[in-house]
Design a protein around this ligand. Structure first.
Ligand code: PLP
Ligand code: COI
Length: 366
């Protein structure tokens, strides 16, 4: 794919002052000077690829994405190593998942090499925005939206794919400090055959009411249960989930409604490499409550690109019965567990270039 680089005026460049205070970056609050854009339509396929100034879009109020939510996105990170190299973590996995999301949402796929090339070129131009401090990184957000104008429900005949970059700190302001989660049978995230495996905006819009409920109960995020039985653990708002059960790193099996997380996949591979046992299977909320009380379930942690590894200190379970609302809680301790610490340390060391990647293609150097 030919990419036109549109020059931007020196006088319009944003200040990088924010990078001097990495602790106050937060997640997704600042954006770099440039973005990548490319259009698609039925006749031409992908065309007009550009890297240009980061700026507003103009949209007709009847643009399809604004009405029916035909939108997908990804999230990956560029890290700066101690010697200044810029490292992308498993970008090819995100590209593949973007194409799978596109397929599910009736949107066009993009050549994997072209997408990687666009990511590399944009990050290369914006490399000064990659924070230096451990814990901070340049978050890359590939996005695709339906841009045809009209109100009929149909796959759009036109799309815009874009990449934006956000120097970010940890997703949770707590950093690597344990958070609490709320499991409930009141709301569900996804059903088999639905769009839970796709990274599409509607999944997140639909989760907000449950997230508010979690907040009301003093929890950070929702721990989703399966839609049929309302008992098997699926994942968290923006992360997959794992438990240490009988010393085995155990995570819900990908059942058709869980996002295929890249951090989850990496941590399973890494755990095996470190000699830990791993298991992917059904895990019921009841097993966790009983197991934690009996000392069999010793740790719980979330897994995601934005959040990295997020230890969990407590799960509350809000359950609705004929007799009304019941609330139970189980605790894992106020400090991160040993296995969460080990995996977090290993993952960070690889991402920040302190350790050789244990598998081919984990790190793409820019
Ligand atoms: N599950 C959901 C719902 C997510 O939004 C994310 C974040 O991307 C994840 C899981 C973790 O996926 P990954 O590790 O690929 O970021
Ligand atoms: C990520 O981890 O990259 C995500 O996409 C989470 C996001 C919804 C904040």
């Amino acid at each position: 794919m030919e990419i036109e680089i549109v020059p931007i005026n020196e006088s319009e460049l944003k200040s990088k002052e924010v990078l001097k205070q990495p602790d106050s970056l937060g997640f997704g609050n600042y954006f770099t000077n440039r973005m990548f854009v490319v259009k698609w339509n039925e006749g031409k396929g992908w065309h007009d690829a550009k890297i240009k100034k980061y700026e507003d879009f103009q949209m007709d109020p009847a643009t399809l994405v604004l009405h029916y939510g035909q939108e997908i996105f990804e999230g990956l990170k560029a890290f700066r190593s101690k010697n200044g190299e810029i490292l992308l973590f498993r970008p090819k996995e995100n590209i593949k998942r973007m194409n799978r999301s596109a397929e599910r949402m009736s949107m066009p796929q993009m050549d994997e090499k072209d997408m990687l090339d666009a990511i590399i070129k944009l990050v290369e131009l914006e490399k000064d925005w990659v924070p230096k401090e451990k814990g901070a990184s340049l978050y890359i957000r590939p996005t695709m939206i339906a841009t045809e104008i009209g109100l009929g429900v149909r796959p759009s005949s036109e799309y815009l794919f874009y990449l934006i970059l956000s120097p970010s700190g940890p997703y949770f302001k707590e950093g690597f400090k344990p958070i609490s989660l709320l499991a409930t049978d009141k709301y569900v995230r996804a059903v088999p055959g639905g769009v839970g495996e796709a990274k599409t905006g509607g999944n997140y819009a639909a989760s907000l009411k449950a997230k508010k409920l979690a907040k009301d109960y003093g929890c950070k995020e929702v721990l989703w249960l399966d839609a049929y039985n309302k008992k098997f653990i699926e994942e968290v708002g923006a992360m997959n989930i794992a438990f240490v059960i009988n010393d085995v790193v155990t995570t819900p099996r990908l059942d058709g409604s869980i996002l295929h997380g890249i951090t989850r996949k990496s941590v399973l591979q890494l755990s095996k490499k470190l000699g830990l046992k791993v298991s992917e299977r059904e895990i019921s909320i009841h097993e966790i409550f009983e197991g934690a009380q009996n000392g069999i379930v010793t740790e719980c942690f979330g897994l995601g690109t934005a959040a990295s590894i997020a230890p969990v200190k407590e799960i509350k379970y809000l359950h609705y019965t004929d007799k009304g609302e019941q609330l139970k809680s189980v605790k894992f301790g106020d400090e991160p567990g040993e296995i969460a610490k080990l995996l977090y340390g290993e993952l960070q060391a690889i991402q920040y270039g302190e350790k050789e990647p244990p598998f081919e293609d984990w790190i793409v150097k820019i």
